[in-house]
Write a protein of this length. Structure first.
Length: 274
């Protein structure tokens, strides 16, 4: 098996395991370089190269910096590592960006040029739904085609045997979840509200919401504060969940919640603001 095939096999495995990484590919070389066009490497978020080869120290620093940035914003980058004289001819300085290319100086004696495409591969955003209500089930069914990794957590007695989800948890003890951008919705609707809210506030997420009225959430908030739950954590929970679309049916309510999550998910992209 070639090194290239081994790298791509690991790419498939890491994607299936919902792990974040960068795939760096050498797309062009000029003169003498350690790696040639087509060389690939997999870079983890901690900067570790776990497979493949894109050259030594001449390109490594610039590629790792670009990898960290790509994982942070989800955008690919092109890095061009060139000797000082060629950068001068182009009129660019090391670290400068021009026309979508980040330029870096090759300090090695070889004085070759390497262009490396840095592509972030991020896990699917994680939607964690606590509860087995009709809204919860509709939310799970609508979210999966939109690219979410869906977890449904509820006691077996409160949900169908096989909800449309990637992961089903019996009860509200969430345990270890995927390391991805996470959105949490409590949709218990009277069955385990307090237990589900306790689990929700303990779990880091970009969005927390409760399917229920403001009045109901206020009553639950006071009760949970009395049990020692942090008030600030409870205040981060949006109630009622979803945009005000005049939704009535479970399917419409689920759609309004996904619309609100989409606003949060896409904030900062394509000029989306909130």
């Amino acid at each position: 098996m070639t090194a290239h095939v081994e790298v791509m096999d690991l790419v498939a495995q890491m994607k299936a395991a919902e792990q974040a990484f960068v795939l760096a590919t050498v797309v062009r070389t000029v003169s003498v370089t350690a790696a040639k066009a087509g060389a690939k490497a997999i870079i983890r978020p901690d900067g570790t190269i776990v497979a493949g080869w894109i050259g030594g120290g001449c390109a490594r620093g610039a590629v790792l910096k670009a990898a960290r940035e790509a994982l942070a914003d989800g955008e690919p980058r092109m890095v061009s590592v060139q000797p000082e004289n060629l950068l001068a001819e182009l009129g660019v300085k090391p670290g400068e960006n021009r026309d979508g290319v980040r330029f870096a100086q090759n300090m090695c004696p070889s004085k070759g040029t390497m262009d490396i495409f840095v592509e972030p591969v991020l896990p699917h955003p994680s939607l964690v739904i606590l509860g087995g209500s009709p809204v919860a089930l509709s939310l799970a069914a609508q979210a999966r085609p939109l690219g979410y990794h869906v977890t449904v957590a509820a006691p077996a007695a409160d949900r169908p045997d096989a909800p449309d989800a990637d992961l089903v948890i019996d009860g509200y003890a969430l345990g270890q979840l995927n390391e991805a951008r996470r959105f949490i919705v409590v949709s218990t609707q009277g069955k385990g509200d307090e237990a589900a809210l306790r689990a929700a506030v303990k779990t880091d997420a970009a969005y927390h919401a409760f399917v229920g009225s403001r009045r109901k959430m206020a009553a639950l908030r006071e009760k949970l504060i009395g049990e020692g739950i942090d008030a600030a954590a409870l205040d981060r929970i949006k109630a009622p969940a979803g945009l005000d679309l005049g939704a009535i049916t479970p399917e419409e309510i689920a759609m309004s919640i996904l619309a609100e999550i989409t606003v949060e998910r896409r904030r900062g992209q394509r000029g989306v603001k909130r």
